[in-house]
Design a protein around this ligand. Structure first.
Ligand code: TPP
Ligand code: MG
Length: 368
């Protein structure tokens, strides 16, 4: 496993980390601090969103608590021209790509179909709740990049690659297998990033995979690398290298980031029914934020830095809360306008039917 930072924050690269070290060495003190700030901010946002769900503001929330190391590191491993295909708990990656996180809130409030266009959001694509289907979207997109010749030209500023995120459970889906087959045979410029958080709702990863997940790629011809997903530096270095390789035309790669889902699967799940307290404690001890904090403190980072980060994260969460409370429901007729990209006669017909039905109630008000 590739690891640079141990659970106690000691910098001790594992043997497997050697080929990725040059990527770590590019990072500056400012980058370390940025990684830390992003992890703290998104965890605070995640807690606020969970609270908003508990208070009846959202239909559902999907926590990312514990997975910030895998997400923040890998997000910085992609370049702005790359395309990112998330599953549904990649909040840190959305934030780093410049997505207004209120759009995620609106999605979980059930009032948009995603609410943003990837072209306006630094190539961050729509959240996908159908397990694994984004792997096919990503491979299709990467095939497009290949056919258009938008990679392997030798220009790092314009060559593109794709990164797709999914979970350990998703690796059992046919869609993911098909995406790997096509990616290998077409040698697409792409990285498959698996966050192995050890659970697919209540099903443990030991039931999903008899071999470590990073080895699953090999059978398809996609080489795999296992990384400590709670080590933000390792996640960054491995992703940055493999995305560079993909952009340069060296073919696809699979990364398995070992992490843990500290909260329940979603706010609709009760994780105490299927997992042990001792497992949880073991993983809390490997927390990605506290290990980077230990590293930074050891380097002499002033306490005021940590206080400022927590304060700004609280402000970020307060802003999300305030804006969530002002969000209004969209006009019901918009539903018909957003099924197709262009006006569609069937949608016009259905919309007219609903309008006539509503009007039939006269002044008593509509059924909707
Ligand atoms: C095609 C499909 N089947 C089943 C579900 C129900 N479902 C939602 S999340 C989930 C588990 C996914 O686990 P994993 O891929 O490990 O991702 P994680 O939520 O752990 O990040 C399942 C089975 C779904 N959303 N889509
Ligand atoms: Mg999982």
């Amino acid at each position: 496993m590739v690891q640079l930072l141990g659970p106690d924050g000691t910098f001790a690269p594992s043997a497997a980390a050697e080929e990725f070290l040059p990527y770590f060495e590019r990072l500056t003190e400012a980058d370390y601090r940025k990684f830390f700030k992003d992890m703290v901010t998104v965890r605070r946002f995640d807690t606020e969103s969970t609270n908003l769900q508990r208070q009846g503001q959202l239909g559902l929330w999907v926590p990312s608590h514990g997975q910030e190391g895998a997400q923040v590191g890998s997000a910085y491993g992609a370049r702005s021209q790359d395309h990112v295909f998330p599953a549904y708990r990649e909040h840190a990656i959305a934030m780093i790509r410049g997505v207004d996180l209120l759009n995620l809130i609106k999605l979980m409030k059930g009032i948009t179909h995603g609410g943003f266009d990837f072209r306006e959001n630094n190539n961050f694509h729509l959240y996908t709740l159908v397990i694994g289907s984004q792997a096919l979207h990503a491979t299709g997109y990467a095939m497009g990049i290949k056919f258009d010749g938008d990679y392997a030209t030798g220009n790092p500023e314009t060559d593109q690659a794709v990164i797709v995120y999914f979970g350990d459970g998703a690796t059992s889906q046919g869609d993911v297998s098909e995406a790997l087959v096509f990616s290998a045979s077409q040698q697409t410029p792409q990285v498959f990033f698996v966050q192995n958080n050890h659970w697919a709702i209540s099903v443990p990863v030991s039931v999903q995979a008899r071999v470590p997940i990073y080895r699953r790629g090999e059978g398809f011809g996609v080489p795999g690398t296992q990384v400590d997903g709670n080590d933000v530096f390792a996640s960054y270095a491995v992703t940055a290298k493999l995305m560079d390789d993909a952009r340069a035309g060296k073919g696809p790669a699979l990364i398995e980031a070992m992490t843990y889902r500290i909260q329940a699967h979603t706010t609709s799940d009760d994780a105490t029914r299927y997992r042990s307290e001792s497992d949880l404690e073991e993983w809390i001890a490997k927390d990605p934020i506290s290990r980077l904090e230990a590293f930074l403190r050891d380097k002499g980072t002033d306490s005021s830095f940590f206080a400022e980060v927590h304060e700004s994260a609280a402000d970020f969460a307060a802003d999300i809360r305030n804006r969530t409370l002002t969000v209004t429901n969209p006009d019901i007729y918009e539903t018909f306008d957003k099924v197709y990209t262009h006006p569609h006669p069937l949608m016009e017909e259905q919309k007219a039917w609903l309008q006539a039905y509503e009007a039939s109630f006269g002044d008593e008000g509509g059924a909707a």
